[in-house]
Design a protein around this ligand. Sequence first.
Ligand code: NAD
Ligand code: ZN
Length: 240
Amino acid sequence: MASIAIGSDDRVFVLTGAGISAESGLATFRASDGLWAGHRVEDVCTPEALEQNPALVWQFYSERRAQGAKAQPNPAHIALATLEAELGDRFFLCTQNVDDLHERAGSVRLLHMHGELAMSRCEDECGRAPVEDRKVYASLDEVTRCACGARLRPHIVFFGEMPLGMERIQKEIARATVMVVIGTSGSVYPAANFVNWARQNRARTVYVGPERPLNAAAFTTIVEGKAGEVLPGLFAVAGR
Ligand SMILES: NC(=O)c1ccc[n+]([C@@H]2O[C@H](COP(=O)([O-])OP(=O)(O)OC[C@H]3O[C@@H](n4cnc5c(N)ncnc54)[C@H](O)[C@@H]3O)[C@@H](O)[C@H]2O)c1
Ligand SMILES: [Zn+2]
């Protein structure tokens, strides 16, 4: 099986997508004709959906919370936490996922660029920070209010909204010598472009997943397989 050599001067930037959580039982969406858990993304994952049908949006994210709480990290999440323990500050993980399986596996140097299921924030953007919120709401009336009186919304980056932490991400990609992208279809931007930014800095770029992503041509290495089967044996860390 392929292995990726990580030398003592290497810095590793990892980008994960829905595919890394597939073996934990959480649905990806491209896998099912562009539906996410039975819903059209436009109906549950856009600012317009929140405005027009907040009850459906909250029902959808409440279901995702309930499912996420039942799921367990799989060997792929654990392999990344193990790699981080070995590399320390030479490791950075950016995830497009909104579940918390990476942190439950032990990852610490981690950024959720598309937000987090376990958090909510003010729908009116009054300036108060996002708050932890793992509640599964049975109806819109139950949804917690912000101190300003407005309803909370899921702390999720909807389609058409700005991803979180882009400055930090750019800085981390600029100094990475190895980029590893796992389980993402390469169709959501700007994440699908990260591999090109890494190449501009002459980083090695590796993709791991059962099928080729849309941006496959940008990778120096493609390792075909399920993340949970490939990742535990993938990294050959110097001095291990
Ligand atoms: N778990 C989650 O948090 C979750 C789940 C679904 C969607 N989303 C959101 O939707 C967007 C989806 O875009 P995306 O590109 O991440 O996902 P996607 O659904 O577009 O693509 C999933 C990718 O995972 C791959 N895959 C499937 N099984 C795999 C496995 N066992 N190992 C490795 N790869 C596997 C598929 O080949 C596919 O390329 C993201 O922005 C994300 O925020 C999040
Ligand atoms: Zn508020």
